[in-house]
Design a protein around this ligand. Structure first.
Ligand SMILES: C[S@@+](CC[C@H](N)C(=O)[O-])C[C@H]1O[C@@H](n2cnc3c(N)ncnc32)[C@H](O)[C@@H]1O
Length: 268
């Protein structure tokens, strides 16, 4: 009989605990051990008070717990507990080092399941009410990490809408790279930090003014949406009497000297 436990990777979503999926919450309730990331909501502990919670959080390039250590911990806990949950911010398959952890578990013969979550790009689009795809002008979407493994900034032009992760410390440089890659200076960009949280912040800038977002979002997890998906939704020219128009987010933000900073819809 196989006495090894199993590991469930759960995408916790980008922010507040209620953004986890129903399946994710159900699996979390069964956990004996939870290895969790820095960007997951502490309120999720209420779903599994019986479990041993182990902080393996990594933020940016301060590698609090090395990847090899996390791999080893997963194998060790799954060798002595029936259900080990690996709780990751956003979606486990998006810049989540899922491949390394699956490989380590596979080598040890440990069964795995992956439960998807809401990635930060989607939460940012929801917060700003700026859809990532648009009929006619936004037919492709790319999710890009701005930093290479060696810590170098990397950016190009691959899709109508591009969302950059892990770029918050280099917004000015990212803007310059994108212009060099062929994006026009007046390309709309939308910067959202702590998307999905009650204190989410959003600002809009033409590409040439992207660096101005740095101070506002400093020290917060941030995504940068560039191109079609950063445009505000066009509002109907006239609405029937008695029908209120929804607020238009950051529509006035085209002037580079006056980037619009807003608490997104629904934020407390
Ligand atoms: C290691 S990646 C993990 C991404 C995660 N797996 C996901 O699907 O969202 C961490 C980066 O995700 C982005 N990020 C994570 N949570 C965020 C949030 N709530 N708001 C904005 N960006 C976020 C930031 O760019 C951060 O540097």
């Amino acid at each position: 009989m196989n006495r090894l436990g199993r590991v469930v990777f759960i995408g916790a979503g980008p922010g507040a605990a209620d953004l986890i999926t129903l399946r994710g919450a159900a699996r979390l309730r069964q956990a004996d051990v939870v290895l969790f990331d820095a960007l997951t909501d502490p309120a999720l502990r209420e779903l599994a008070p019986q479990a041993l919670w182990v902080d393996v959080g990594k933020r940016g390039f301060c590698d609090a717990t090395g990847q090899a250590t996390i791999d080893a911990l997963l194998v060790r806990y799954a060798s002595s507990h029936a259900c080990v949950v690996r709780l990751k911010g956003g979606d486990p398959s998006v810049f989540g080092r899922l491949e390394e952890e699956l490989q380590a578990l596979s080598r040890a013969g440990i069964a795995c399941e992956v439960v998807p979550g809401v990635t930060a790009a989607l939460a940012a689009a929801a917060d700003t009410q700026r859809p990532l795809t648009r009929r006619g002008i936004g037919r492709s979407l790319s999710l890009t990490t701005a930093m290479t493994q060696e810590g170098r900034l990397h950016a190009g032009r691959h899709a109508d809408t591009e969302v950059f992760y892990m770029a918050s410390r280099q917004l000015g440089a990212l803007g310059r790279r994108l212009r060099a890659a062929g994006w026009p200076a007046d390309t709309p960009t939308s910067v959202v930090s702590r998307a999905g949280w009650p204190d989410s912040l959003a600002s809009q800038h033409p590409l040439q003014g992207l660096g101005q977002a740095a101070l506002l979002h400093a020290g917060r997890p941030t995504v940068v949406t560039v191109g079609a998906g950063a445009l505000p939704c066009a509002m109907p020219a006239a609405l029937p009497d008695g029908v209120a128009a929804a607020p238009q987010m950051g529509a006035e933000s085209a002037a580079p000297d006056h980037p619009a900073a807003t608490a997104p819809q629904g934020a407390a």
